[in-house]
Design a protein. Structure first.
Length: 133
């Protein structure tokens, strides 16, 4: 959705069938999925520039690889992003993005999954470029 210089985009993905654990005694019997939302603001300041912020989340990912094998595998994640892209010319765009990622593990008590405390939090800074030939 775009209105003037603002754009809003969202994406939602989910399995069509329920997933089962791989090698664990607990079967999640749920449909894993994820979503992402992002807001962009486009303007010109000598060059075309886009600044953006977004949020991503996964759900029902617990124990997809087997809690007995890799306890943190499939842990649900939240991710907050912010960044900017600048069109250097018609062929080259450069971007800088910051991400704050929070990964949670799930415990299984009486066959009922429960989120535990935040087990992993990390920050990522990426620099990228797109070159059109």
């Amino acid at each position: 959705i775009t209105k003037g210089q603002l754009s809003f985009a969202t994406e939602y993905d989910q399995l069509l069938k329920n997933a089962q654990d791989a090698g664990s005694s607990y079967i999640s019997n749920k449909k894993p999925g994820s979503y992402h939302m992002q807001v962009d603001y486009n303007f010109n300041w000598d060059k075309p520039i886009t600044v953006f912020t977004g949020f991503s989340n996964t759900f029902n990912m617990q124990n997809l690889l087997g809690a007995d094998i890799a306890p943190a595998s499939g842990a649900n994640k939240n991710q907050y992003t912010a960044g900017a892209n600048v069109a250097i010319n018609n062929q080259l765009t450069l971007g800088l993005e910051y991400a704050d990622v929070r990964q949670y593990i799930w415990s299984v008590n009486n066959n009922a999954p429960k989120p535990t405390s935040n087990i992993s939090r990390y920050n990522i800074i990426t620099f990228d470029g797109t070159l059109i030939f």
